[in-house]
Design a protein around this ligand. Structure first.
Ligand SMILES: Nc1nc2c(ncn2[C@@H]2O[C@H](COP(=O)(O)OP(=O)(O)OP(=O)(O)O)[C@@H](O)[C@H]2O)c(=O)[nH]1
Length: 342
């Protein structure tokens, strides 16, 4: 079986918005996940708090499950290649774009990558809620960059009054409509938005370094809990057409979806694995195990209308058990490597 592709999460934002602070927060709250980090320079990353085990040219290997490397955009693909090698055992790669990098270029590089071991994990745009209006008058493109975001993080809420916060929120909603928006400070968002924790038994008890890392991060605890997850299961197959419609008109606030789909196909290899982030959709297929087939989805976001999402998914159930092969063909355009995966 092919290995799961590793999600690559891009963190963008203007100078000083709080990108490194968010990255450090994720490192301190990684819940057993091994994080590969790509930054432009190590300067601000809390490397010493994470027990450096060894350093190889531009890559720092951290004792407790983090690989950190520094590259500019031209070296990104090569670095993603190194981080996604199976022996690195990485669960998620986080790329922190420099405050002056053009996020569109970074996104293009990521989407165009032919590396079969990675997949797009979303673009989180960090916005300095206190300074955004001022920065935007000098750099009007800042608002435009929000159009690329799959998640908007309004950071430094502690420094912005209600008025300023409301203004930035309005701009974000105008340039990134329907995109989940989190208001926070010191990057304290729930890491489960970006990656799945490893079950405790696979990484054992907290090590001394983990505890020490936590101590070093004053803001690591007390996560802001605006993150929501909705679980949907169905023993009835879903109609591929209806589900495609759901995917292509995703509910406001939805950031990512993962799970297994039963689309009513007669093919034994029709267990579809689904990963979406923002409007990016990827399906893979495998054989169903013996036993009943089920759709099981987890939807993650902020500001989701739980009842409406569940209602829409329930309405995706097929009316009967006649396979809709034509409908299936339409959704299969999202299949990962359709030519080689059979
Ligand atoms: N008051 C306050 N300060 C914050 C917050 N988030 C980050 N900071 C501080 O703001 C400064 C800039 O944060 P960074 O995380 O380095 O910002 P950055 O986006 O990585 O900056 P560049 O790498 O220069 O683009 C640091 O001094 C942080 O401690 C916040 O929510 N509230």
């Amino acid at each position: 079986m092919r290995r799961q592709r590793i999600p690559v999460v891009l963190i963008t934002g203007f100078l000083g918005a709080g990108k490194t602070t968010l990255l450090n927060h994720l490192l301190a709250n990684r819940q057993g996940a091994r994080i590969g980090v790509v930054v432009n320079d190590f300067g601000q990353v809390n490397v010493d708090a994470l027990a450096v085990a060894g350093q190889v040219d531009t890559m720092v290997s951290l004792g407790n499950g983090c690989l950190c490397c520094a590259v500019d955009a031209s070296g990104l693909d090569a670095m993603l290649g190194r981080l996604s090698r199976p022996e690195a055992g990485i669960d998620v790669i986080v790329v922190e774009a420099s405050g002056i990098a053009e996020p569109r270029d970074l996104l293009r590089l990521m989407i165009a990558s032919e590396n079969p071991d990675i997949r797009y994990g979303g673009l989180a745009a960090v916005v300095d809620a206190a300074e955004f209006e001022t920065s935007r008058t000098r750099h009007p493109e800042l608002a435009d960059h929000l159009r690329l975001a799959d998640l908007v993080i309004l950071n430094k809420a502690d420094r912005a009054d209600a008025d300023a916060l409301a203004k930035v929120r309005t701009v974000a909603e105008e340039f990134a409509p329907g995109v989940p928006l989190l208001v926070t400070d010191h990057g304290r968002v729930d890491p489960r938005l970006f990656f799945d924790p490893r079950p405790r038994e696979t990484y054992g008890q907290l090590s001394f370094d983990d505890l020490r890392a936590d101590d070093h991060h004053d803001h690591a605890r007390h996560l802001h809990t605006q993150y929501e997850s909705i679980t949907f299961t169905s023993a009835e197959p879903l109609s591929p057409r209806r589900f495609l419609e759901f995917l292509e008109h995703r509910p406001p606030g939805l950031y990512r979806v993962k799970g297994t789909l039963d689309l009513g196909s007669a093919d034994p290899r029709s267990r579809f694995g689904l990963h979406t982030v923002g409007s990016f959709v990827r399906l893979d297929r495998s054989a169903w195990p013996v036993g009943p087939r089920r759709t099981e989805l987890v939807l993650i976001g902020a500001g989701l209308d739980r009842a409406e999402v569940t209602r829409r998914l329930t309405a995706c159930r097929a009316d009967d058990h006649t396979p809709d092969e034509r409908g299936l063909l339409r959704i299969l355009r999202y299949l990962d490597d359709p030519a080689t995966d059979r």
